[in-house]
Structure formats: structure tokens, C-alpha cells
Design a protein around this ligand. Structure first.
Ligand SMILES: Nc1nc2c(ncn2[C@@H]2O[C@H](COP(=O)(O)OP(=O)(O)OP(=O)(O)O)[C@@H](O)[C@H]2O)c(=O)[nH]1
Length: 533
């Protein structure tokens, strides 16, 4: 047996033992927790990773004084609670180990905090626990709103989200829920579609409302959204088009103080270059400029499909409402009148930019993987080609395709196939730079754009990702069956033999085809890109 098969077997046994002990400690009638503890200790020996051993020791230390007592009722509640916390930490470490055996203990320490799951349906709870662990979120099941509140108030653990059944909430709990949601964000799960139920969730401070039967990918996306710290989200990029340098600098000062990134454009005739280069979330446009009016410039921007989604907000001293309406009709989205209180300007711009990002994300993102969709990745490629040509910088493009994906679907089912696709997307997002663009080109095929990168440099990185992905264990619909998958990739460099987006895609696609022909699970560099093997 090779190493990875051994490791998969060990991890499986360990996970089985952890689940067994957790179940025993949850069931007051179970009197087999001692043997479950023993099994877990044995299983831990086969994977002697420092964090696993440390957590096992803590659980042993807590339970060993009660080893002679049969019934769970002899163990104080706080000891059981602490055990659950260490058990879920253990599940987290195992989950991360399953997801990526190459991660170090330091990476594990940096991993995400826990979720609390309060759902009436036991089977759904189990399924969610398995699914969220797969995506790096360990979780703890609770059986009432009261238990959740107790856990949040008593534990030193910082919970990152609560997944809560509306069946656990009564009308009179509204205030309690509001207070709870201020401490930990709540995602409500409900059987009810009606507005009154949704309104209750909003009034309770809910950050999400998902209706059963639950689509797991939606739940994971919601959790991802909530648990990503604001500081990790990229700041809004605001383009200030203004003929007065002094005015522009004052606006810049206020927006940058509020954490936004700005670019000033004094010459409106250079708008296209700046839009390609800076890629703003919003354009703040002066109405009267010597070269052209703001309204005309807005019309020019709107003529071009590539820029049609960027919101345009006028900032002008024009007080005539008729003129303001004409400006908005000409392609603007909002009108802010000078002089303006800086905080009002910041709030108005941030709200517009946030809404536009959400709308754009829906238009341009693939909903399963939260990477760019097919159309958008090609548009981005066009922008990056223009940028590379102008700045004379290198540009690489890769096509990645999961191997024998039909077989994965056929053996484990379509939803499991979806999870494999999502797992690869997540790995790519984790390992690539923010400036790289990742798109879902087709079913199990991804496209990656790497600005300012030579393919030779990216080859090593992509190969590391390829090796990591092949070690990742995926869980089948039966949680105890695991399997691994591989991908093949074709890599191409933009050069003077390539004249269009289509040719660039074809070059990477041809290399991908060669990688498949070579036996898969490898990367091929397009012959014209480089002389490297
Ligand atoms: N689960 C899932 N399957 C998909 C999705 N989109 C496409 N597929 C399936 O992916 C499979 C792709 O199979 P093929 O293109 O024949 O190739 P393959 O089996 O991956 O084999 P090679 O690419 O030659 O290694 C087809 O069965 C599609 O139905 C999706 O979004 N989710």
C-alpha cells in the first residue's frame, strides 16, 4: 500500500472514533463512552500529529477521573461541555488534515473558529456537520436556543456563526435573538417562505435566511461571507474624475481615510485607459469640465459593454433638480451636491459601491464556486491582454480540468462531484494572489489569468497546487467513504504570436489536451510559450 492510501485509512478510522465518542457523550443512555475513548486513543496513535496528540491528551485528562463510573450522569456537565469543545477542535484538525495533508501546525492554528448548529432535524445536523468540516468549519450541535445562548456566554471559544432552526425560536424570543445576533451572526434555516417569517429573522438580526430543503453550497457561501473579516475584503476602488486637482485631492483625502483606494483622473479623454488599468468599483464624476461635460463622458462610458456595470455618481455644485435628472438620465446612478458633509459622501459612496459589488458579483460570478463566470473571465482576459501590451509586462494563462470527472459523478453522485469542483476552486483561491483571476470556464474546467507572471514561474506554483489537490480527500455521500481526484493543466504565455483572446485560450487548451494525452495529473506548457519541457 502506498503512503496516501495508508494515510486515508488512518484518517478515516480517526474520524470514525471521534464521531463515536461525540455520539456517546451526547446520549445520556449510552454507557459505552469508555470504550469509545479507548478506540479514539488507539486511532490517534496512527496519526501522531502534535495538535492531534495535544487535543487527545486534553480529552483524556478530562475524562480519566470518571473512567470507573459507567453512566454519563456521573460526569459533571461542564466536563462534558469542555470535552465537546476539544472533540470539535480535534474534528477541525482532522478535517484540515483531510483537506490538505501538506498544511503545517501553524496553518492549523490559524484556521477558522467554530460554528454552532441548532437544528431540530438530527440527520440534517449530522449532514451539515460533515459538509462544513469539509470546507474547514468545525461545528458543534446544540439542541435548543437556550443551549446555544449558554454556549456563547459560557465558553471561551469564539463562535463565528450560528445556524439556527426557526422552529427553535418563538415570537417572545425576539429580544434575546437580537442580543445573541450582536455577539455571533445567525443564519436562520426555515421551512417557511412567507414574508412574516423572513421579517422575524431580519428583526432578530439574522444575517441569512435559507429555506429547506437546504442547498449546502448556499450555506457554505453564506458562512464564507459572514466569516471573512472585513479587513480581508478588498477595499472599494473609487475613480475621481475632476478637472480641479485641489478639489480631487480633498475628495481623495476623505475617501482614503475611510479605507478606500482612489485614482484621480484630470483628463477625461484618458478615461478608457484608466478604467482598464484601475478597474474601479465606482466612478465619482464632476459635471462640468473644460474638455467635456460629465454627462457626455458618462454616455461614452456606457457605450462600452465592458464598463456598463460600473456605477457613476456625480459630485457637483449644480443645484438645479432638472439638470440633475438630465445627468442621471444620461447614464449616471446618483447625484451628490457640493458642498457635502464628508461623512455623508463617504457613506453614500460606500453604500453604492457595496450594492454594486453585490449586483456585479451575481452577474459575473459562478454561483457554485464563487469564481468568475465564463463570460467574465474572458472579458478579464481581454482587459489583461490590453494591460500587458501597454505596460509590456508578461501575462500567463492556464486552463485546468479535473481528470475523469465523469467517473467521479458516476461513482459518487452529482452533488459530491459539485463538492470536488468547489474544493478545487477553494484551493485555487487560497493559493493564488489577489491580483490573479480565477474563472469557472465550464463544468469541471477552470481558467486562471496571471498578470505580470512568466509561465515558468507559475509552473512550479501550479505543480505544488496539483500535488496538494491530489492529496486532498473528498468524502462520498457515505461520510466514511473517501476518495481523491487529480487535475491536468495547460499553461500558455501571451506573446507576439498570439493576437486575440481566442488564440490565447486555444494555446492553453491545446497544452491541456496534451496533458490529458500524456496520462493526466500533469501540467504542459504550450510549445510556443517557452522552450522549457
Ligand atoms: N457534478 C457536476 N458535474 C458536471 C458539471 N458540469 C459538467 N459536469 C460533468 O462533468 C463530466 C465531464 O466529463 P468529460 O468531459 O467526459 O471528461 P472527464 O470524465 O472529466 O475525463 P477527462 O477530462 O478526459 O479526464 C460530464 O459527465 C458532465 O456531465 C457540474 O457542474 N457538476
Amino acid at each position: 500500500m502506498n503512503n496516501s492510501i495508508l494515510q486515508a485509512q488512518d484518517t478515516k478510522e480517526l474520524l470514525k472514533a471521534v464521531i463515536k465518542l461525540r455520539n456517546c457523550l451526547e446520549d445520556p443512555l449510552a454507557n459505552t463512552w469508555q470504550s469509545a475513548l479507548n478506540d479514539l486513543e488507539q486511532a490517534c496513535k496512527s496519526l501522531p500529529e502534535p495538535p492531534i496528540l495535544a487535543l487527545m491528551n486534553k480529552i483524556h485528562h478530562l475524562l480519566s477521573p470518571y473512567i470507573e463510573n459507567i453512566g454519563l450522569e456521573n460526569i459533571p456537565g461542564e466536563i462534558i461541555n469542555d470535552c465537546h469543545i476539544y472533540i470539535q477542535k480535534l474534528e477541525e484538525v482532522i478535517a484540515i488534515h483531510v483537506m490538505d495533508p501538506m498544511l503545517t501546525t501553524h496553518d492549523i492554528a490559524q484556521s477558522k473558529p467554530f460554528l454552532l448548529i441548532g437544528l431540530q432535524d438530527k440527520q440534517l445536523t449530522e449532514e451539515i456537520i460533515h459538509q462544513v468540516i469539509y470546507f474547514g468549519y468545525p461545528s458543534l450541535a446544540c439542541h435548543s436556543l437556550h443551549e446555544i445562548i449558554q454556549k456563547v456566554d459560557a465558553s471561551s471559544t469564539i463562535y463565528s456563526a450560528i445556524i439556527l432552526d426557526t422552529e427553535y425560536c418563538k415570537k417572545e424570543d425576539l429580544q434575546t435573538l437580537k442580543e445573541l445576533s450582536e455577539k455571533v451572526p445567525i443564519i436562520f434555516i426555515s421551512h417557511h417562505h412567507d414574508v412574516a417569517s423572513r421579517l422575524f429573522a431580519v428583526q432578530a438580526g439574522g444575517r441569512g435566511y435559507l429555506v429547506s430543503p437546504l442547498e449546502f453550497t448556499n450555506l457554505i457561501e453564506k458562512i464564507d461571507q459572514i466569516t471573512t473579516p472585513t479587513s480581508e475584503r478588498s477595499p472599494y476602488r473609487i475613480l475621481i474624475v475632476e478637472d480641479s486637482r485641489t478639489q480631487a485631492k480633498v475628495i481623495r483625502k476623505h475617501l482614503e481615510k475611510a479605507g478606500m483606494i482612489t485614482e484621480i483622473l484630470l483628463d477625461p479623454l484618458k478615461i478608457n485607459d484608466v478604467l482598464i488599468e484601475f478597474q474601479p468599483d465606482l466612478i465619482l464624476l464632476d459635471l462640468y469640465m473644460p474638455q467635456c461635460s460629465g454627462v457626455d463622458l458618462a454616455k461614452v462610458i456606457r457605450q462600452q459593454d465592458m464598463f456598463v456595470g460600473i456605477p457613476i455618481v456625480y459630485l457637483s455644485a449644480e443645484e438645479d433638480v432638472g439638470m440633475q435628472l438630465t445627468a442621471i438620465r444620461g447614464g449616471g446612478d446618483d447625484f451628490l451636491t457640493k458642498p457635502i458633509v464628508p461623512q455623508y459622501m463617504i457613506d453614500a459612496i460606500a453604500a453604492r459601491a457595496a450594492r454594486s459589488r453585490t449586483l456585479r458579483a451575481e452577474m459575473i460570478m459562478d454561483s457554485l464556486t464563487e469564481t468568475l463566470n465564463h463570460t467574465r473571465i474572458l472579458e478579464q482576459l481581454e482587459l489583461e491582454i490590453a494591460r500587458a501590451k501597454r505596460n509590456k509586462t508578461p501575462l500567463s494563462f492556464a486552463m485546468i480540468d479535473i481528470d475523469h470527472f465523469k467517473l467521479i459523478n458516476d461513482s459518487h453522485g452529482h452533488p459530491v462531484g459539485d463538492r470536488v469542483i468547489k474544493g478545487l476552486a477553494r484551493l485555487l483561491k487560497q493559493r493564488l494572489r489577489r491580483s490573479d483571476s480565477i474563472g469557472r470556464y465550464g463544468g469541471e474546467e477552470f481558467a486562471i489569468i496571471l498578470p505580470q507572471t512568466e509561465p515558468e514561474t507559475f509552473y512550479a506554483k501550479l505543480d505544488e497546487i496539483r500535488r496538494g489537490f491530489s492529496k486532498l480527500l473528498h468524502r462520498s455521500s457515505d461520510p466514511l467513504i473517501e476518495f481523491s481526484a487529480t487535475f491536468s493543466a495547460g499553461l500558455a504565455k501571451f506573446n507576439n504570436q498570439i493576437h486575440s483572446v481566442d488564440e490565447f485560450v486555444q494555446a492553453a487548451d491545446k497544452a491541456l489536451y496534451e496533458a490529458k494525452a500524456k496520462g493526466r495529473n500533469c501540467i504542459v506548457l504550450d510549445g510556443k510559450s517557452t522552450l522549457l519541457p
